[in-house]
Design a protein around this ligand. Structure first.
Ligand SMILES: [Fe+2]
Length: 401
């Protein structure tokens, strides 16, 4: 199998790294930037420090602070037009996954001059996005090093992924100061998303020794630092968790994501379930399902998840991997099941059918008729093991409380 590994984003990390923002922007020839954020983050002291660093570097700042839970196509299209009109030449994102996906979308539509929905799918645009600097304020999505943006098409109720080599961020600044203001219940959500990125990259059918090395190191670092980064005031653990989530996305950016993300997509689009709940609740089941066909990967993953493997059979190690993830969830206050309100039982079959186009279909998914999927229809996914609609339905069933 031919594989490639591509990671062009410059990563500046460590306590105090945010102070380099102005210099980085100048290095990228930015003179007028759009700073993208949300109402909570834009009120934080580190956000003001970031704006000051840009101004001190002689850079003119415009702002869009209205990002919400999802990156919305309408916001992206409006701001892309604004960027073109005002001759803005760079985008700086300060926030979590939805902020970075919004800013990445703006940078894409600004140069490609077509609506965001038409830029979704794999490599569906021809021009390099505007230069981007990402400042993640959660240890989670890894969007700061990802070519992909995940957006919500509010009209069609679809969550859509888009991107390609032309939409990698140019620089990412990982500074633990940005995580200090996060309440525990907020910090746990993106942390779980990051864990799914590392694990799903490792379980991918297009994983390589390169992606496996980064994915396992990410899972190991997350398993070791996640509890302390969320439950205590430990800046070192927060920094480790930021680096781990970044590594997890470098791995899944190259090995791609599996059933957790494919099955979560219809829940997010049609039931408005926040992304980390969808992928996180599914993860233990996805691990069990895929490890069944990856015997050589069982022990390394178990050990990365801090399972004591001595004396365990392979099957016991597989179960222990899922248990270790559930134990981690319990310690950081994350659920292991969907509530009936999040996923009603009478919509389980429909959600399994809607998952068929997979994560990477983009706007082409709008033409898919879920009623056309039967028990044996496969869910499109690069995961190591093929999953049918029937199997997806069974997994959803196990996840509903
Ligand atoms: Fe994710």
């Amino acid at each position: 199998m031919i594989t490639s590994f591509y990671m062009p984003t410059r990563i500046v990390s460590g306590s105090g790294a945010l102070a380099t923002l102005g210099t980085l922007a100048r290095d990228l020839k930015m003179s007028r930037v759009l700073v993208v954020s949300d109402p909570v983050i834009s009120a934080q002291g580190f956000h003001a420090d970031a704006l000051a660093a840009l101004s001190e570097a002689g850079i003119t700042v415009s702002r869009f602070d209205e990002c919400g839970i999802d990156a919305r196509c309408s916001h992206i299209d409006d701001q892309g037009e604004r960027v073109r009109r005002d001759r803005i030449d760079g985008v700086v994102c300060i926030g979590g996954g939805s902020v970075m996906c919004t800013g990445k979308g703006i940078a894409i539509v600004a140069t490609n001059q077509k609506p965001m929905a038409e830029c979704t799918g794999v490599g569906q645009f021809d021009r390099k996005a505007l230069p981007m600097i990402m400042v993640p304020t959660t240890a989670g999505s890894g969007s700061e090093v990802s070519q992909w943006t995940i957006v919500k098409d509010e009209v069609r109720h679809l969550k859509l992924l888009g991107g390609g080599p032309l939409s990698f961020p140019d620089a990412a600044i990982l500074d633990p100061v940005t995580l200090r203001s996060l309440p525990m219940h907020v910090a746990a959500l993106p942390a779980v998303d990051a864990l799914t990125h590392g694990v799903e990259a490792y379980l991918s059918g297009i994983a390589s020794p390169l992606t496996d090395a980064v994915a396992l190191a990410a899972v190991r670092l997350q398993a070791a630092s996640l509890r302390a980064s969320i439950n205590s005031d430990d800046d070192r653990a927060r920094e480790n968790n930021l680096v781990a989530s970044c590594m997890a996305n470098i791995a899944c950016g190259n090995a791609r994501l599996g059933h957790g993300h494919a099955l979560s997509l219809p829940l997010e689009g049609h039931l408005d379930l926040p992304h980390p709940y969808g992928v996180g609740v599914l993860l233990p089941h996805v691990v069990t399902f895929n490890l069944a066909v990856l015997p050589a990967k069982v022990r390394p993953l178990a050990e990365a998840l801090e399972v004591e493997t001595a004396g365990l059979s392979r099957q016991e190690m597989i179960s222990a991997c899922a248990d270790a993830i559930r134990a981690l969830y319990a310690d950081i206050g994350f659920p292991t099941r969907f509530t009936p309100g999040q996923l009603p039982r009478d919509r389980v079959r429909e959600m399994a059918q809607r998952a068929v186009p997979g994560l990477y279909a983009g706007i082409a998914a709008k033409d898919f008729d879920p009623a056309s999927a039967n028990d044996r229809t496969l869910i499109a996914s690069p995961a190591a093991r093929k999953m049918t609609v029937r199997q997806a339905e069974e997994i959803f069933g196990l996840c509903v409380a």
